[in-house]
Design a binder for this molecule. Sequence first.
Ligand SMILES: *[C@@H]1O[C@H](CO)[C@@H](O)[C@H](O)[C@H]1NC(C)=O
Ligand SMILES: *[C@@H]1O[C@H](CO)[C@@H](O)[C@H](O)[C@H]1NC(C)=O
Ligand SMILES: *[C@@H]1O[C@H](CO)[C@@H](O)[C@H](O)[C@H]1NC(C)=O
Length: 460
Amino acid sequence: MISLLIHSFLFFVWCLSAFHMYLLYGLTKYAKPEAGSPKKPVSVHILVLGDIGRSPRMTYHALSIAKHGGKVNLIGYLETSPHPDVVNNPNITLTALPAPPRRPPSIPFILFAPWKVLHQFYHVFNILGRTLPPAEWILVQNPPTIPTLAIASWISTYRNSTFIIDWHNYGWTILAGTRGANHPLVALSKLYECHYARLGHLNLTVTHAMARQLRLPPYSTRGAMVVLHDRPAAIFQPITSPAIRKETLTRVLPPAEQDLIPTILSGDTRLIVSSTSWTPDEDFSLLLDALVEYANPPPTDTTARTPLLVLITGQGPQKDHYLAQIAHLTATGQLPGIRIATAFLPFADYAGLLACADLGVCLHRSSSGVDLPMKVVDMFGAGLPVVAYSRYQSFRELVKQRVNGRGFKTAGELAGVLVELLGGCRGQLERLREGALKEGERRWDEQWDEKLAELMRLVT
Ligand SMILES: *[C@@H]1O[C@H](CO)[C@@H](O)[C@H](O)[C@H]1NC(C)=O
Ligand SMILES: *[C@@H]1O[C@H](CO)[C@@H](O)[C@H](O)[C@H]1NC(C)=O
Ligand SMILES: *[C@@H]1O[C@H](CO)[C@@H](O)[C@H](O)[C@H]1NC(C)=O
């Protein structure tokens, strides 16, 4: 028995050291070009353990670096088509990660998760450590946190790269949201995230609230932090010409809703857009309950109810569940005057839809309380006022109440705001639209150039 234990232990140690040698084998270091030799472009590996096409912020980082002549390797999954400017950019190379294994329903999450992490570890490590040459910078989106932070931190040590963490949110709070706060992996992932968070050489965050929070335990980061708010991409632009609005609506609305175009143009039907990833992160029933309340006023309430077309874009796990609910509400006559349609649109059409709509609705619930929904930023870029779920700390860094949008915390409040904005008096919606247009004028490039170009030695 004892001998077996000793042998297992020795085997374990042997495996560990073999693994360590494997990690170190053949890793070359990044070295500054010798003085006097021709200047090499700044090289950056950008890593996102997600679909590149649905990672707008990392896409914009890549474009900004490339614009200044830096050479970018953008590493991630290729599921949807990436931004066309990235695909056609001579300074950006896309490196695809093999798709992660899918969990068969019969295998419990806690058994499957380690296998998936190992699979991702192997491929990310190989790409960052072997396939690609060493880079001056490694920029990693967090979350996903596991295993990217660990790999990027090791690689940057072994290969002499400078390691940047771009904090969008926290991995462990998202896991707590889907698995429950008491799941054993949540505590583990929190420990891991706090440990590797301290190893970033430079920290970017999406909000001031997040930067403040990262300074406190359990993260306790020190040193300066660069707050880089999300900004709309150039593709999100307002549409002012009625002719272009009509043309765009004809292109982007599902065939079954095209008959509403004349009334949308005249303002007799209001077009509401909500984009969602149909995950538990967003409580979609808030919107459905609010629409039912909007459509069925109590007899004492005589405010006009403008007919609505509600177009919901996006794909995700809970879509079928809510589609069934919508079908039921419609069939039982609980949504008089309201049509709800869903669509999944290419990027350019989605941008066009936002510019044609009257109001955007955002149901994003922040798991950490300090991140911000990118979709609201895009809505502002298209000049679209927003009604957004507001029960989190950083909300005010984006939506200014009664200036460019409104907040709500319950379905009842949302219904009230809809009546107020879409009912008889249209003045308020117009004012919010002006506020949204103004907010949308602030773009990504200016703040990126100001805050990062020099820091990353792209300009001298
Ligand atoms: C590591 O990179 C820095 C620049 O980021 C450079 O000055 C230094 O010489 C490099 N070290 C080695 C061992 O190549
Ligand atoms: C690519 O980099 C070069 C400099 O190396 C720069 O002049 C050019 O504008 C960059 N191209 C794009 C599309 O960003
Ligand atoms: C980023 O955070 C780490 C962890 O505390 C810290 O050591 C480092 O100094 C920070 N870097 C900057 C530039 O703020």
